[in-house]
Design a binder for this molecule. Structure first.
Ligand SMILES: [Mn+2]
Length: 268
């Protein structure tokens, strides 16, 4: 009975297979929680979804930017990017089944009192309870028949900062951006969508979201996230566990064992 959180898979079926073999994953006892970006760029996004779907209740996920992009692309609202290698998935007879399965997932998942999982992290200042409430707002939207259209209208960068009085599209757009695209923030708490470099190379005007003090996070609480391959799994803070180690870029697929707090790393 072991619960694992796996970093960005991005269509890398071979890596996922190797990982499940290495940890001896048993779907009758164990649980796999993905940090999102299940699809895109890797060699077999269809295979990854088939495998994760086949795990039934022993698999769960949060949604990443590439997963949301799949929803709008499949609906014909975004152009297919050849570099995403999504054609076999989009042409699959089961695509609608996979879309309906994906859109049941939240942006943030609270594993226990002290553990939160989301694709990009936790916006500084948000408590776990706030994160789950905001994630629920998007999960509701994804349950509506015109979910793809609605998500499509939420693409954009603004507003850059959160305010609890934000309403409508501005509010929903910020929530999606914070959970799926965030990396750096300015000293004023504004999301910076341009910077992707390693923190030691960042200008002094921005810092990683996890280096901004969050008064609503207790010392026991931890956040597991993906999305940021150039961190190479390092945050230098045991409260913030980075799991995107860029397998799709030839680096490694990382998985975190929540039962004994160890990492399993599969080299590409
Ligand atoms: Mn991502």
């Amino acid at each position: 009975m072991t619960d694992y959180v796996v970093g960005d898979i991005q269509g890398c079926l071979i890596g996922l297979d190797k990982l499940l073999t290495q940890i001896g994953f048993n779907p009758h006892q164990d649980k796999l929680i993905a940090v999102g970006d299940l699809v895109a760029r890797g060699e077999n996004s269809l295979g990854v979804l088939e495998l994760c779907y086949s795990l039934g209740n022993s698999f769960t996920s949060v949604l990443g930017n590439h997963d949301l992009h799949l929803l709008t692309t499949q609906a014909g609202l975004k152009q297919v990017k050849p570099s995403d290698k999504l054609a076999p998935l989009l042409q699959s007879k089961k695509i609608n089944q996979y879309i309906d399965w994906l859109r049941q997932y939240p942006l943030a998942y609270q594993y226990d009192d002290n553990t939160l999982i989301s694709h990009a992290g936790l916006y500084p200042g948000w408590s776990f309870a706030q994160a789950i409430r905001y994630s629920d707002e998007i999960q509701c939207l994804l349950q509506q028949p015109d979910f793809a259209k609605q998500i499509n209208t939420l693409y954009g960068n603004q507003p850059y900062s959160w305010h609890s009085k934000l309403t409508g599209k501005q509010r929903l757009r910020f929530i999606i951006n914070a959970f799926t695209r965030m990396r750096y923030i300015t000293v004023h708490g504004a999301l910076d969508f341009n910077a992707k470099m390693q923190p030691n190379l960042a200008p002094a005007t921005i810092k990683p979201w996890f280096e901004q003090h969050n008064p609503n996070l207790s010392e026991q609480q931890r956040v597991l996230f993906g999305h940021w391959a150039s961190l190479l799994g390092q945050t230098n803070d045991r409260q913030f566990i980075a799991l995107d180690t860029g397998y799709v870029w030839g680096n490694a697929l990382t998985c975190f064992n929540l039962t004994n707090n160890t990492r399993i790393v599969i080299k590409a």
